[in-house]
Design a protein around this ligand. Structure first.
Ligand code: SF4
Length: 254
């Protein structure tokens, strides 16, 4: 049983506040105050940065990959390529259960008329179930992604029993790009085809020059949320720019 999460998170931030991203990752994966740590990755446009850091420090770290069964074939191929190239040995593919799909989306068309329900079914519930076995998870959230993230720390309380770890909190887009170039990391093949942010195939379109990088997500609808973050044990809605699992987002997995 770990001690109270508040003092643990405060202590971690105090100990590592002057450390660089990869050092925060290294400390987070070894410090007893973080407990059981997983990483959540969408294997999207920028996910490879954190995946590379994990591969250098502890390649057996569990990496939770949410397969909505609506992803681009390129994403599935990229996931295999990155896992193999980086030697990540503990990729755990998370999916909605067959029973849940049969009940709520038997013909796979739920996204056409209720994207929130579809995201909840295919992302939120499976991921929350998978995270239940962990005390902390690594996210790609960054301060530049929005006003509400402007002061995020490396370590954050998510629920009374789980924390988020944000090693890239202080990074900008240019830092991500530089890291990928310098380390010769494989890029998601759709980036070169006009997809700077990559989610499910039915809900992602290419972005034109000058558009927001996430303009292609749920284009033409009012939806701007991924809905897979939990605060105080409850799911909260977050705007894509603040989504965690994608590295740009969410990465979280949207
Ligand atoms: S992004 Fe689209 S297809 Fe994917 S889970 Fe959400 S609504 Fe469904």
């Amino acid at each position: 049983m770990l001690p109270d999460i508040g003092p643990r998170v405060a202590g971690l931030n105090e100990r590592y506040r002057h450390h660089a991203a990869i050092s925060v990752m290294e400390k987070a994966l070894a410090d007893p105050d973080t407990g059981r740590v997983a990483m959540v990755s969408s294997f999207g446009a920028e996910s490879v940065v954190l995946l590379h850091m994990v591969s250098l420090i502890a390649p057996a770290t569990p990496v939770l990959f949410v397969d909505t069964m609506m992803l681009f074939p390129e994403t599935l191929a990229y996931q295999q390529e990155v896992a193999s190239k980086l030697g990540l040995s503990e990729i755990r593919t998370i999916r909605a259960t067959k029973a849940a799909l049969a009940l709520d989306d038997p013909d796979g068309t739920l996204y056409q008329f209720n994207t929130d329900a579809c995201c909840n079914l295919r992302k939120t519930v499976p991921l929350e179930t998978a995270l239940a076995g962990f005390d902390a998870w690594i996210t790609g959230r960054k301060r530049y992604q929005g006003a509400t993230r402007a002061e995020i720390d490396f370590f954050e309380v998510e629920t009374p029993n789980r924390m988020k770890i944000n090693p890239l909190a202080h990074w900008g887009r240019e830092d991500l790009e530089e890291y990928m170039v310098q380390n010769r990391l494989p890029r998601h093949p759709l980036v070169a085809k006009g997809y700077p942010s990559i989610g499910c195939a039915p809900c992602t379109s290419p972005v034109k020059p000058g558009e927001d990088p996430r303009a292609g997500r749920w284009r033409g609808s009012q939806k701007t949320e991924c809905g897979i973050h939990f605060i105080g044990g409850k799911m909260v809605r977050v705007k894509p720019a603040e989504d965690a699992t994608e590295g740009s987002d969410k990465d979280k997995v949207a």
